[in-house]
Design a protein. Structure first.
Length: 214
């Protein structure tokens, strides 16, 4: 039997569903139905049922979904049933904040390497939630990624150098990049890139404010 193709829009909602299920677990809810999930996630029940249908036969009509089982299933689909290893390139204020972000550990990610070009930072020991990490030089990028077995790279770098560094990341064998720099990366088709630009998001928020003047 062929595996169902999960739409990109559904994939983007799966982390939201997982977060809501973890909240339900914290509230000691053994079961949750699509209406309850929709209320928690800010969507509608039909959308929840449709999205989860791509993942297989998961619920029981009239009863709902087993919270523990659905958490395990979505975690498996997202590939975070086991901890994923990530590296941060760029240890400025943004990179430093990311290193201390508890959400990484809570959602199955471990920061295993940190790199920067500043001689004052290279060689210093910094504390992550998984333990101490020595800041490495971006000059050693390829060796660091291989030795740390990093699967995901988080780019918190200045825009002008981001593409060149991303090219090296790809050549080192990494196939997943979270780009926080305000520049769109050109990468091979087999490399997954997620683009997050805070200035863009702020501009979008500004648009909504502009449409509703006080």
């Amino acid at each position: 039997m062929e595996r169902a193709i999960v739409p990109q829009t559904t994939i983007q909602r799966l982390p939201l569903y997982l977060r809501c299920l973890l909240e339900a677990q914290a509230q000691r809810m053994p079961l949750v139905n699509s209406v309850e999930m929709a209320e928690m996630c800010g969507t509608n029940a039909a959308q929840v049922r449709k999205d989860l249908s791509y993942l297989g036969e998961l619920g029981t009509r009239g009863i709902g979904y087993d919270v523990e089982s659905l958490i395990a299933h979505i975690s498996g689909v997202l590939g975070i049933a086991e901890r994923r290893r990530a590296a941060i390139i760029g240890f400025g204020r943004f990179g430093g904040a990311l290193l201390g972000y508890s959400g990484f550990v809570e959602r199955g990610f471990e920061i295993v390497a940190v790199m920067d070009s500043d001689p004052a930072k290279i060689g210093t020991e910094v504390q992550s939630l998984s333990g101490p990490i020595v800041v490495s030089s971006v000059d050693d990028l390829e060796d660091v990624l291989v030795e740390s077995h990093a699967e995901i790279v988080i780019m918190a770098t200045p825009a002008p150098v981001t593409q060149a560094l991303a090219d090296r990341v790809v050549k080192a064998g990494v196939r997943a990049i979270l780009n926080l720099a305000p520049v769109r990366l050109a990468v091979p088709d087999e490399v997954a890139v997620r683009q997050t630009c805070l200035s863009t998001e702020l501009q979008i928020l500004s648009f909504y404010l502009a449409q509703k003047p006080l």
